[in-house]
Structure formats: structure tokens, C-alpha cells
Design a protein around this ligand. Structure first.
Ligand code: AMP
Length: 113
């Protein structure tokens, strides 16, 4: 499989507006924000999506969610937020590297489009 744009961001070979970086994941601003706050949490491990997760990834996914919550606190997001994993084409996934969207800063409609 060819390297995705997110793998390149994780490797530091292309730039991103990174707000959190640790040994397992990083968080950066989405280049085409759909809300006043729109960030992406990605693992360093090149997992395609939720459907490709295995039992060994359980703590990694928990870590990603906790990091998202911490970033929301750090950014002063007090009005709530939405965390989204798009999975597969019908799920709206366009980049084949696992990522957790953090969306906030406006009321978000439900059901999603
Ligand atoms: P998805 O449609 O769930 O696969 O989400 C992919 C997201 O990645 C979209 O919201 C894009 O705007 C975002 N995106 C694509 N390329 C970049 C990039 N180079 N830097 C930051 N965000 C990106």
C-alpha cells in the first residue's frame, strides 16, 4: 500500500499544524475545517481504519480518545464537541489512515449527512 498523506505527516515529511505529539499519536488541525474547531487525532501506527483494528490496538484507541478530550480541554472548548471515526467509503472516509475527527465550536446537527 502506498504511504498516505497522514503517514507522511506522522513521519514529518510534510507539514501540518500539530497541537499534540506523543509516542503513539499526534493531533493536528484539519486543512479543510468543517467547524470552528476541527482537529484530527491519528495514530503513528499505519492502521487503515476502525475495521482494520485488532485486539492489540485496544489501548491505542483508548489513548486517542483520551488525547482528544485533553486537546479539547487545552483549547478551551467548553460547549461540547463531537468525535467521529469515518470508516470506509460509505462512512465518508477519504484518507486510508485511521483518524478521529474532533469537531466543535458550533451546534452540530443530527443525524449527520
Ligand atoms: P475523512 O474524510 O474522514 O477520511 O477525513 C479526512 C480529513 O483529512 C478531511 O477532513 C480532510 O480535510 C483532512 N485532510 C486531508 N489532507 C490533510 C492535510 N494535509 N492536513 C490536514 N488535514 C487534511
Amino acid at each position: 500500500m502506498s504511504e498516505t498523506i497522514f503517514a507522511k505527516i506522522a513521519a514529518g515529511s510534510i507539514p501540518a499544524d500539530i497541537v499534540h505529539d506523543d509516542d503513539r499519536c499526534l493531533v493536528f488541525h484539519d486543512v479543510a475545517p468543517q467547524a470552528p474547531f476541527h482537529l484530527l487525532v491519528i495514530p503513528r501506527k499505519p492502521i487503515v481504519n476502525v475495521a482494520a483494528l485488532g485486539p492489540d490496538d485496544e489501548s491505542l484507541v483508548g489513548h486517542m480518545v483520551l488525547v482528544a478530550a485533553q486537546v479539547a480541554r487545552d483549547l478551551g472548548i467548553t460547549g461540547g464537541y463531537r468525535l467521529v471515526f469515518n470508516c470506509g467509503r460509505d462512512g465518508g472516509q477519504s484518507v486510508d489512515h485511521l483518524h478521529l475527527h474532533l469537531l466543535a465550536g458550533r451546534p452540530l446537527g443530527w443525524p449527520p449527512g
